[in-house]
Design a protein around this ligand. Structure first.
Ligand code: 13P
Ligand code: SF4
Length: 342
């Protein structure tokens, strides 16, 4: 059965909800066979798969742990596996390697990048820091190791507000690279920050006017958004949070319908835990499209996971000098998060 991931009504043609259609689409015989082979390889090689919420449903199903970018980094510290395969994008695999230099860290597709990480080059950030001396540099985890090495502290969307609040009230802050997350954190904390002008090409595409149209069709629906969305989308949202926070909100809410303004891979876990609730992927500003995928996240497939685990390649490597400098701000983030119970 063919169901376009870009068409939330596709499932309705068969009387299925969008996420049920996703599940059906991804339970093919071929997927089941590959999943079996992957599970056998994991056992034989003492390997684990860490998967992000934006992964394809069938990839989430072969993952040993699924989480947001903070939880994936935390999990990477506490694993006894010899091989860690990151079912996510490159910066996530690099972060795992920073934390586990002696382990084999694999990424099934070397091109699985991130437009947000690409929006901030090390030479440009260095210039910005030099032009604005005396600032504490907070960088979002969606960055290269070179950017992390220039930073004082790393944050994710799960802990950005608390990380900023943990700094002294008069500390001057540079925050990057996501201007939307930076603006959101600034509003939440009341702190002025110098913002890097970067954005995620997926999240900046969500359209407040199209969400408002959907809201008039589903007046009881709650609108949920990731803080990488533009301010006008966040302003009309009922809840703003990281992927893990959005999922937690849905699981504990009595509401039955949700409009979800983040990458629709998250719908898989939402629907699995809440079969009585309806999840509608928020549309992007392009009227031709009904939902909004991260093509980098979707580069990871069962096929390339199987090949990567078999060949133990491509492997993620990190220059040792960069590693030392990049590790410090990541550890600082993990320490603050652990103290605050995040
Ligand atoms: P989370 O930190 O919520 O997992 O988000 C990561 C990301 O890439 C969002 O686009
Ligand atoms: Fe990067 Fe955006 Fe994809 Fe997240 S959704 S990995 S920020 S490009």
């Amino acid at each position: 059965m063919e169901v376009s991931l870009l068409n939330p009504d596709a499932g309705n043609q068969k009387g299925l909800k969008f996420s049920e259609a996703l599940l059906e689409q991804n339970c093919s015989e071929e997927h089941r066979n590959l999943a079996e082979k992957i599970n056998e390889l994991k056992k034989r090689k003492n390997a684990i798969i860490l998967g992000h919420f934006y992964q394809r449903p069938e990839v989430q199903e072969v993952s040993d742990f699924i989480g947001d970018s903070l939880a994936l980094a935390q999990k990477a510290v506490n694993t006894s596996a010899d091989i860690i395969l990151m079912a996510g994008v490159h910066f996530m695999a690099e972060t795992v390697k920073l934390l586990n230099p002696s382990k084999t860290v694999l990424i099934p597709c070397i091109d699985a990048g991130c437009s947000l990480a690409d929006s901030c080059k090390a030479a440009d950030l260095k210039k910005f820091i030099d032009e604005n001396p005396g600032h504490t540099v907070i960088s979002y985890v969606n960055t290269t190791n070179e950017i992390k090495a220039l930073s004082d502290i790393i944050c994710t969307s799960s802990n950005a507000v608390q990380i900023v609040k943990s700094l002294l009230a008069d500390e001057k802050i540079i925050f990057g690279p996501d201007r939307n997350l930076g603006t959101f954190v600034s509003k939440q904390t009341g702190r002025q920050m110098l913002l890097w002008n970067g954005a995620c090409h997926v999240h900046r595409r969500f359209s407040a006017s199209r969400i408002a149209e959907l809201k008039s069709k589903y007046p009881d629906a709650l609108v949920l958004a990731h803080p990488e969305c533009q301010a006008d989308v966040l302003d009309i949202s009922d809840f703003v949070g990281s992927t893990a926070a959005i999922l937690k909100f849905v699981n504990s809410s009595d509401c039955k319908t949700f409009i979800v303004s983040t990458e629709p891979g998250i719908l898989h876990q939402m629907q699995k835990a809440n079969s009585d609730k309806q999840f509608i992927p928020a549309p992007p500003d392009d009227a031709q499209l009904s939902c909004n995928e991260c093509e980098y996240m979707k580069m990871i497939t069962l096929e390339n996971i199987y090949q990567t685990l078999s060949a133990e390649s491509p492997e993620v490597t990190v220059d040792e000098q960069i590693r030392e400098a990049a590790l410090r701000p990541v550890q600082r983030m993990l320490e603050i998060s652990s103290k605050l119970g995040i």
